[in-house]
Ligand binder design. Structure first.
Ligand SMILES: [Zn+2]
Length: 314
């Protein structure tokens, strides 16, 4: 600040000379400060954003890795569990013919307690699924003597029956007597052909039921002698056979009434502790399906416990 002391006045020249400049400079400073502040804020914000994004990304990566590891762990656990179940299941469902099994079959009709073995021949057919539904609902194990050429048509029904715990036994491939009994060796061939189809249907390559039922039964008829020879050949190959000691008579007439089937069951089961019940799940046997709940009720009322051939050939 300049001052003129000569005339007693004091002038502050800077107010006149420098004020515009000072204002301009102040404005510059202000503007520059604002700009710098703006950029500083921007930089800080960008930096914070970047740090946040980086943290979020790191967290995301960590979580993704953890999720992947957890998924892998669960998948591995599931696989192990499946394999264990599959192994247990196969063991459980694999009929094994032992000396004990042979004895069991020989003594099947000599039981202290009341046992009923429901058996269904000549399937599978479109009736089989209805029979399986009823058995499932009633929680009853049964045995299916399947025919190879029907297994070819309905492999899925054989698989279902097997998976639902029923015993898949063997009734040959063709069921045509002139073919099955064309030689004493033919029943074994028919057994093997049918068994292979069952193996494929259920997806168990080593499956063998070890159990055959001669079409038309073992006893009597014009092939009686040949059947005895065939039985020996089958036995030599670890294949047993079983007929029945009880039947509804569902194969005797084409369209039997429920009354007739129930009478057949009542008559042929009377006084027997252990019964192997012959029924059929062939295409035309709708009466068997319709009567099955009554058959089950009646046998339950009579105190029978339901078994299948896993009880015999374990
Ligand atoms: Zn048959």
């Amino acid at each position: 600040m300049w001052k003129n002391k000569d005339n007693g006045y004091e002038y502050n020249y800077s107010l006149y000379i420098t004020k515009p400049y000072r204002d301009k400079r102040d404005r510059y400073i202000l503007v520059i400060s604002i700009v710098i502040l703006f950029f500083l804020i921007l930089i800080v914000k960008q930096s914070l954003d970047m740090i946040n994004r980086k943290n979020a990304y790191t967290l995301y990566l960590k979580q993704a890795v953890q999720a992947e590891q957890e998924q892998k762990r669960q998948e591995e656990q599931k696989k192990q569990e499946e394999a264990r179940k599959q192994e247990e299941y196969k063991k459980m469902k694999m009929p094994k013919l032992t000396e004990e099994g042979k004895q069991n079959l020989e003594n099947i009709y000599h039981s202290e307690t009341k046992k009923a073995f429901l058996t269904f021949d000549d399937g599978p057919s479109s009736n089989t699924s209805a029979i399986l539904d009823i058995l499932k609902q009633e929680n009853i194990p049964a045995t299916f003597f399947v025919i190879g050429n029907a297994v070819e048509v309905h492999p899925e029904l054989v698989k279902r029956a097997y998976e639902e715990g029923h015993y898949i036994a063997n009734h040959g491939y063709s069921h045509i007597y002139s073919k099955v009994y064309s030689s004493p060796e033919m029943p074994l061939e028919e057994f093997n052909r049918c068994n292979e189809l069952v193996q494929n249907a259920i997806g168990v390559p080593e499956y063998n039921s070890h159990l055959f039922r001669f079409p038309g039964g073992l006893v009597g008829g014009k092939y009686a002698d040949l059947k005895q020879e065939a039985k020996q050949i089958l036995n030599d190959n670890d294949i047993l056979n079983i007929d029945w000691n009880c039947l509804t008579g569902d194969a005797e007439t084409r369209f039997p009434t429920e009354e007739k089937l129930m009478n057949g069951l009542i008559e042929t089961s009377e006084g027997k502790n252990s019964i192997v019940v012959l029924m059929h799940d062939a295409q035309e046997k709708t009466a068997t399906v319709d009567t099955l709940p009554k058959v089950i009720n009646y046998l339950r009322e009579q105190g029978y416990e339901f078994k299948n051939f896993y009880e015999i050939i374990k």
